[in-house]
Design a protein around this ligand. Sequence first.
Ligand SMILES: C[S@@+](CC[C@H](N)C(=O)[O-])C[C@H]1O[C@@H](n2cnc3c(N)ncnc32)[C@H](O)[C@@H]1O
Length: 290
Amino acid sequence: MGIQVSLGSMTISEKEFHLMRSLIYERFGINLSEKKRTFIVSRLQKLLRAEGYESFRQYYDSIIADKSGKALAELANFISTNYTFFNRERAHFDYFVNTALPVIVQRLRRQKSNDIRIWCAGCSSGEEPYMLAMLLLEYFSERYVSWNAGILATDISSHALSLAKSGVYTDEQVNLVPEVLRKKYFIHQSGDQWAVKECVKKEVTFRHFNLMNRTFPFRQSFHIIFCRNVMIYFDAPTREKLIYRFFKQTAQDGYLFIGHSESLPRDRCPYCYIKPAVYQRTGSLQKVIK
Ligand SMILES: C[S@@+](CC[C@H](N)C(=O)[O-])C[C@H]1O[C@@H](n2cnc3c(N)ncnc32)[C@H](O)[C@@H]1O
């Protein structure tokens, strides 16, 4: 008899756990350890009950049978961890303004280009890309109109993306934004609700995108990529493959920011290490691929 984990009336057998775990790993890259049985049950039991599934096996089979991808997208909503907050890991935003942007702007001026492309991969409910947009606006100030800048913000969770697109946050969330930005770029709605102003919202394009896609569909490279606190859910081989895909998508001298609790293996990392959780593309891909 295999081990079974039961919460309320929902039970997951060992076989079902392994099926769900493999599916989540293969499709989303999210690596759930053996200890995460209770996590799967607690995240999914409400959904299973609401949709009338009698077992995890039945639920699994229905996801596999669904060719529209809707069931899988719904699973991503329940399984992904969307924890985020404004101004998270503040040192990165300081580096973005004081070093990364000036380096990129200088390079673009030499190239006589005014295109700045920034990608926030794993943007969750929008706090991170909106921070970047506010800082971009502040950095360029009235010169902003002469730049073709903006932020692409992607995530696998359509639920998080719809919160992000609405751009409405509570007092408690908005209080983490530095006062000068908060006063300038948020508008009070009712009760404890604050909305990101349109001038910031229009600088961010939200899209559903799975980082496990083998090819990235972007025609142009990015000058700055933020992918923070996303790869913590991936195992080492998945992280490594993703880093190479990011690298190919990074412009020369462009930056990759990862979460402070994450790190890239120095001997197998195509980027140049700058400081904790900040990397720069200084070489070409040919040099690093063995
Ligand atoms: C913990 S949040 C981090 C949000 C933000 N970057 C931050 O640092 O505060 C991780 C986000 O990564 C997203 N994510 C996880 N796996 C993903 C995948 N395979 N493709 C795209 N996004 C993914 C989750 O949906 C979630 O919103």
